[in-house]
Design a protein around this ligand. Structure first.
Ligand code: C2E
Ligand code: MG
Ligand code: MG
Ligand code: MG
Length: 280
């Protein structure tokens, strides 16, 4: 009976709350410490031009090298970072680190390429996002067109506000990509209202492109629609040579996925992608 168990239920609930509270407290401290102690790390996944086979960009993907738990994937800690209101702090670290890394690569004389960073919803709605990005670009002395910002459809529920932010980013000169395109609610709304440069087709559509006619049609339709609107298209999650060849035939501009490379630490990017024929 609820009434009989009332006291126990309350106690259990109460102690869980307490535990959760302290769990969060320590996690919050751990994340703050992680930022201070360089436990966060960016890995970079090459983005390949399907016509030339060259790397034309790299997506920065965060990893948490936890002293006790080892490498933690972003899907496991970003929701907590968001919940604790630390996404802006972490996000600034990501933009700054990615820009510095690219600048150092460009300084070494490699073929210029772009670095893409993922924004979190909290970052995107923050009033001073554009100022922050501008400040970082100035500090790092990186030209804006080398930076690409990835946003998702869920971040732009407030359409009016998103239009203003994206216009400012556009004026600043950074590139804007829609990540996980096709999985949100307002895909076409984007294309109508927002100034963007690239669609990244979500990997759920790419996965079965060779054996599912619907997926193949969806992908080819997205590509021709995007090109009609003068946008570039990148296919995410390309895992086989067949998929790459097929996407190339559909005139998809770029591809990213395990077929080319998983996300790698910057040193490995240098060894595997920036040495062949390039003066690094
Ligand atoms: P995303 O931006 O869509 O990134 C692509 C994810 O797909 C990455 O997972 C990448 O490792 C994975 N991936 C790439 N190629 C393949 C493939 O061929 N097959 C398969 N199965 N997977 C592939 P990751 O690194 O675990 O990141 C997951 C998500 O976490 C990202 O999805 C992004 O939404 C978020 N994230 C990562 N880094 C950051 C960051 O610095 N800031 C923010 N706000 N979010 C981030
Ligand atoms: Mg992304
Ligand atoms: Mg994606
Ligand atoms: Mg994704």
């Amino acid at each position: 009976r609820a009434k009989d168990q009332g006291k126990n239920t309350y106690m259990i609930y109460h102690s869980n709350m307490k535990e959760r509270f302290f769990e969060k407290l320590t996690l919050e401290n751990q994340i703050r410490t992680a930022i201070q102690n360089n436990q966060f790390e960016l890995h970079y996944q090459p983005q390949i031009d399907l016509k030339t086979g060259n790397m034309v960009g790299a997506e920065a993907l965060i990893r948490w090298n936890h002293p006790h738990l080892g490498m933690i994937s972003p899907q496991d800690f970003i929701p907590l970072v968001e919940e604790m209101g630390l996404a802006v702090l972490m996000g600034e670290w990501v933009i700054e680190t990615a820009c510095k890394q690219l600048k150092s690569w460009l300084n070494k004389g490699v073929e210029p390429f772009r670095v893409s960073v993922n924004l979190s919803p909290q970052q995107f709605i923050k009033q001073n996002l554009v100022d922050t990005i501008e400040r970082i670009l100035t500090e790092v002395d990186l030209e804006p067109q080398f930076l690409e910002i990835e946003i998702t459809e869920s971040m732009t529920m407030d359409v009016e506000r998103a239009i203003i932010t994206l216009d400012k980013l556009n004026k600043l000169g950074v590139k804007i990509a829609i990540d996980d395109f096709g999985t949100g609610y307002s895909s076409l709304n984007y294309l109508k209202n927002f100034s963007i440069h690239r669609l990244k087709i979500d990997r759920t559509f790419v996965k079965d492109i060779m054996n599912n006619e619907n997926d193949a049609k969806i992908v080819s339709t997205i590509i021709s629609m995007a090109h009609g609107l003068k946008l570039e298209v990148l296919a995410e999650g390309v895992e086989t040579q067949d998929q790459a060849a097929y996407l190339s035939r559909l005139n998809c501009n770029q591809a990213q996925g395990f077929y080319y490379s998983k996300p790698l630490p910057s040193v490995e990017i240098e060894n595997r992608f920036l040495t062949k024929g390039q003066s690094l």
